[in-house]
Design a protein around this ligand. Structure first.
Ligand code: GLN
Length: 535
């Protein structure tokens, strides 16, 4: 069977949930036994989102091989068994860079390099490259129909159908069907316009995912079908849901995967289209027994998309403990203003996540001190680990000016510093310590209790590291270095062993958490929070 391709575009407005729709299609196809992979096209000129501010872009997701990618890749890995790499996120910048490099090497000798066919060919190649070993490539085009910058991608996917055969390609368009309260009606016009715009570029969508707050009636579906040249049963309600994990269930109810396999001529590889495990997880998620209050002391708290994977990982940790996790996001600067107690008294667990730059650092350090001194379970991630090391050095070891050289170049005690191999790097793009690295755990640590094994691998994204010159002093004062890179070179986890649960890691465990496999660190952090709540 040739590889099939599903291209997903979005119309009317942004933020309709194309990423989740793509991930859910993957989930449904996997439930029928198909192997899927994903491709996210991002029409911006950056090579990757690694140098963008979280305010611009939301979370930068990190793949196993160290690609800094769009957060939608996080959704894809959350919902399916696909494990993604650099090749699964392609930006305009990356496409142009590759074409220009080829031009310099003389690969197009004699030719004028043009958007069509050179850029479009490069785009098509990036999809074709993913076809080995998978049944379906699900490719999402970022942005909204009508954007100037997504034009080359749309032209490329239009041509693609004729390259690989029409029976192997499906176009899915995500649109909005708003309910206008004053008229008491759902409106189909924006969808009609959006489809018209797609058709002007030569793409006739096969399936419409209509984002709306209520199920579409048969009447509405048939109206959309008539105006948009789409079969009535291919007009699918993409109804708002309470949690993202319900999306595949809504699509299943609407018959989305049935129509996909029918249109692509796919033969299901398993007899029962098994979503029972997923249904069961969603049921447990929506009917928790307990509840726990976790306070996240961060910097980009107005934009929870900046900590997307983190929020999900905590949800998974809750699921593993039959608990709802109430997240409270506190701006570290508010702790600087009001003191830690004012914001942390109700916390059953405190989490300080990753971040860059020194705004709010002192607030984070104060929050960690509060957690350590009041026996509140604590999880620090990356920058959170840096702050935990600084806090311990200052308040336990008496190195009052301890800091990270990221925040204070002249600190007399750089407990966090650049490693020699980072010192000469000047370029900012893609030069951090990125991707999955091995780590060995010390037995009898919180980390070992969580993972239940010695050798682990976790994903990194940072430039600064714990400074080994301070290992002995901090260890003598009671800090445990419970996770080290092979050969004991780099500090990957620190813990306060006398505390009920105090763990800070250099890596980002949230990138590997999954509703099917809640991450052990988050599972135990939530468990510790529940134990604290019971007291
Ligand atoms: N800013 C710190 C560094 O670059 C931490 C990064 C992070 O938290 N991801 O090392």
């Amino acid at each position: 069977m040739p590889t099939k391709y599903i291209f997903i575009t979005g119309g009317v407005v942004s933020s309709l949930g194309k990423g989740l729709a793509s991930a859910s299609i993957g989930c449904l196809l996997e439930s029928r036994g198909f192997k899927v992979t994903f491709l996210k096209f991002d029409p911006y000129l950056n090579i990757d989102p690694g140098t963008m501010s979280p305010f611009q872009h939301g979370e930068v997701y990190v793949t196993r091989d160290g690609a800094e990618t769009d957060l939608d890749l996080g959704h894809y890995e959350l919902f399916t068994n696909a494990r993604l790499t650099q090749a699964n996120n392609v930006t305009t910048g990356r496409i142009y860079l590759s074409v220009i490099n080829k031009e310099r090497r003389g690969e197009y000798l004699g030719k004028t390099i043009q958007v069509v066919p050179h850029i479009t060919d490069e785009i098509k190649q990036s999809a074709l490259k993913l076809s080995t070993g998978v049944d379906v490539v699900i490719a999402e085009i970022g942005g909204t129909i009508g954007d100037i910058e997504s034009m080359p991608f749309l032209e490329a996917i239009r041509q693609f159908k004729y390259d690989v055969g029409r029976q192997n390609v499906l176009y899915v368009h995500v649109t909005l069907v708003p309910y206008i309260a004053a008229a008491g009606e759902l409106k189909t016009k924006p969808t009609q316009h959006s489809v018209k715009e797609l058709m002007q570029i030569g793409i006739q969508p096969d399936i419409l995912l209509c984002r709306t707050d209520r199920f579409l009636s048969k009447e509405i579906k048939s109206k959309i079908s008539l105006f948009c040249n789409v079969k009535e049963k291919a007009v699918i309600t993409a109804k708002d849901v309470d949690n993202i994990y319900q999306v595949p269930l809504v699509f299943r109810k609407e018959g989305l995967d049935g129509i996909i396999v029918e249109l692509l001529g796919l033969k299901s590889k398993v007899n029962k289209n098994d979503l029972r495990e997923w249904e069961d997880l969603v049921n447990r998620l929506t009917n928790p027994k307990y509840s726990v209050n976790i306070v996240i002391v961060g910097k980009y708290i107005d934009l929870q998309d900046s900590y997307k994977s983190l929020g999900e990982a905590l949800t998974h940790g809750g699921l593993a403990n039959q608990s709802k996790v109430n997240l409270k996001w506190i701006d570290a600067e508010d702790i600087e203003k009001d003191g830690a107690k004012a914001h942390l008294l109700s916390a059953d667990g405190i989490l300080v996540p990753g971040g860059f730059g020194n705004r709010g650092i002192e607030g984070k350090i104060a929050a960690i001190r509060y957690a350590r001194e009041n026996n509140t379970p604590f999880l620090g991630i990356c920058l959170g680990m840096h702050c935990a090391a600084i806090e311990f050095a200052r308040n336990v070891c008496g190195l009052i000016k301890a800091n990270s050289s990221e925040f204070d170049k002249d600190t007399p005690h750089p407990v966090i510093a650049l490693l020699p191999d980072q010192k000469d790097i000047e370029d900012k793009g893609g030069t951090m310590r990125l991707g999955e690295y091995p780590c060995n755990l010390k037995k009898n640590s919180f980390a070992y209790k969580a993972y239940k094994k010695v050798k682990i691998g976790e994903r990194h994204r940072h430039r600064y590291e714990f400074n080994n010159d301070y290992r002995k002093q901090l260890s003598d004062a009671g800090l445990s270095f419970s996770g080290l890179s092979p050969g004991d070179k780099l500090v990957e986890i620190i813990e306060a062993p006398e505390h009920p649960w105090f763990v800070a890691c250099q890596f980002h465990p949230e990138f590997k958490s999954n509703i099917r496999n809640p991450h052990p660190i988050f599972k135990d952090f939530v468990a510790a929070g529940l134990a604290a709540a019971k007291k």
